[in-house]
Design a protein around this ligand. Structure first.
Ligand code: NAP
Length: 267
């Protein structure tokens, strides 16, 4: 079993944490980071095999107690099921990392996929934050981590709708943070740039210079309770420094070039 050298997260955010999107990429890396910080975990996603593999890994590495919960978060009744089936656990942290992106011209996109993205990236995030935020506020402590993105701070041609879902998450997190801070609940928006995960393939993008999910997870957990928004990874910090002084229209022009490069292989 690995020696636990991380800060013990349990007194403020434990004993249980619910992590959506734990089967891959950033959600998976966050689950590992939280297990190292002493939290018990509920792992949520659609792919049972991957969740069970991670559960075994965490039990062996950290002796973590883990529950696996298979749910399609584009379906409101399955989001409800996650809420109901965790009501017996003393949960102190929600990590809403499940999400996906699309790219290309909006008018050429399959509308049902775009609406599914809205359900996973926004609707499920609102429903889970409402349910778990209420539980945390009632006991006067806890935390919520929401996955925003670099693309959420301006319009992004060729990822217009995906960027809009991330703008929703960023704005939601900023407001919720002020509402819940007096009730002992920390809310963090994590807004990375490109990350090397399953995301690019599903979104039809090609990324270079991407951060690792582990780097993003470490930066995110380190910022919880200290900041309202974190831009984990060197590239996202550099991009923030370059983009944030510019007006929105100029950032949109630059992001059009960036996204054009990431989707240049597409017709
Ligand atoms: P990823 O490796 O593709 O992981 C996405 C996770 O979301 C998977 O665990 C997937 O699990 C889950 N998921 C997707 N659709 C779902 C559904 N309908 N129901 C339940 N779970 C679902 O991508 P990632 O990079 O880790 O993305 C995590 C979050 O970070 C997303 O919100 C993304 O927008 C954000 N983000 C990513 C990047 C990037 O460049 N990668 C940058 C900024 C922000 P199953 O397939 O097992 O359901």
């Amino acid at each position: 079993m690995k020696q636990n050298t991380r800060t013990n997260l349990s007194p403020k955010y434990g004993p249980w944490a619910v992590v959506t999107g734990a089967s891959s990429g950033i959600g998976r890396a966050l689950a590992v980071e939280l297990a190292a910080g002493g939290l018990k975990l509920v792992l949520v996603a659609r792919q049972r095999g991957r969740l069970e593999e991670l559960a075994t890994e965490l039990k062996v590495a950290y002796g973590t107690e883990v529950r696996v919960m298979v749910a399609d978060l584009s379906r409101p009744e399955e989001v409800e099921q996650v809420v109901r089936s965790t009501s017996d656990l003393e949960t102190g942290l929600l990590v809403a990392a499940a999400g996906f992106g699309t790219s290309g011209e909006f008018l050429s996109a399959d509308l049902s996929t775009e609406l599914e993205m809205l359900d996973v990236n926004c609707r499920a995030v609102a429903a889970l934050s409402h349910a778990f935020g209420g539980r945390f506020a009632a006991r006067g402590r806890g935390g919520i981590i929401l996955m925003s993105s670099l693309v959420g701070f301006q319009g992004v041609p060729r990822a217009a709708h995906y960027a809009a879902t991330k703008a929703y998450v960023q704005t939601f997190a900023e407001g919720l943070q002020r509402e819940l801070a007096p009730r002992g609940v920390d809310v963090l928006a994590s807004a990375p740039g490109p990350v090397n995960s399953g995301f690019a393939e599903r979104a039809g993008m090609r990324m270079s210079g991407a951060a690792s999910p582990e780097e993003v997870a470490r930066g995110t957990v380190a910022a919880l309770g200290r900041r309202g928004t974190v831009r984990p990874g060197l590239l996202s910090m550099a991009l923030e420094a370059a983009l944030s002084p510019l007006p929105r229209w100029a950032r949109t022009t630059i992001m059009a070039r960036v996204m054009g490069g990431m989707t240049a292989h597409r017709p």
